[in-house]
Design a protein around this ligand. Sequence first.
Ligand code: GLP
Length: 240
Amino acid sequence: MKVVIGTNEEISKQIAEEFIKQVQKKPDSVLGLATGTSPLQVYANMVKANKEGRVSFKKVATFNLDEYIGLEGTHNQSYRYFMNTNLFDHIDIDKKRTHVLKGVGDYEAYAAQYDDEIASFGGIDLQILGIGSDGHIAFNEPGTSFDSLTHVAELAESTIVDNSRLFNDISEVPTKAVTMGLKSIMNAKKIVLIATGINKAKAIKNLLKGEKTEEVPCSILQDHPDCTIYVDEAAYSLCK
Ligand code: GLP
């Protein structure tokens, strides 16, 4: 794993450039996308580049990591809504080629065929990840099998608490989600992970200095052949 340290502004710009280069090189790239606060500036930079005419997303396909169970795509905390409002509505992407797991209806059936659907597009060329304070990636909480594919998952108590900041009340945070598995994520050809702030420092220490164990889901990335970890000083502070 490579490590890049900078301010949120710097690393977000660098990751956006990775996406832009990828799409310039291969206009029909398959992009793996994440939600959360961490990638927001990355997406803002991608929107800017698209508006400036530096890159077109017309031919790309996207697959998102996860979705809360119980939230319609129109709910303002659903990950479909997040992607539309923070990225897709502002770029020249074909929405039919954007894939976000379903949180309602036949969500289990859709999840069961998600990995095959990704494979039918040729696999993910570039995947962005955030990280949970407990070391989760997507919604793969501690204890998730390294062999997992897309599945229904229970959220850890700490994740419910972390994510409650975005809801009116903690009781509104869904307790379950559908998520790409750890093996699904490892299938991506290239991975970039972004983490900022002191709340992520322990997870980043476990990722960069700890052993590979299912108790630390992100530690599986130690085995990925092309993975770069982008951090700010606070997130990196326990690694020195
Ligand atoms: C959620 C998402 C993860 C994300 C994490 C961190 O639990 N399922 O994909 O990485 O939150 O979010 P943030 O970037 O807001 O700290």
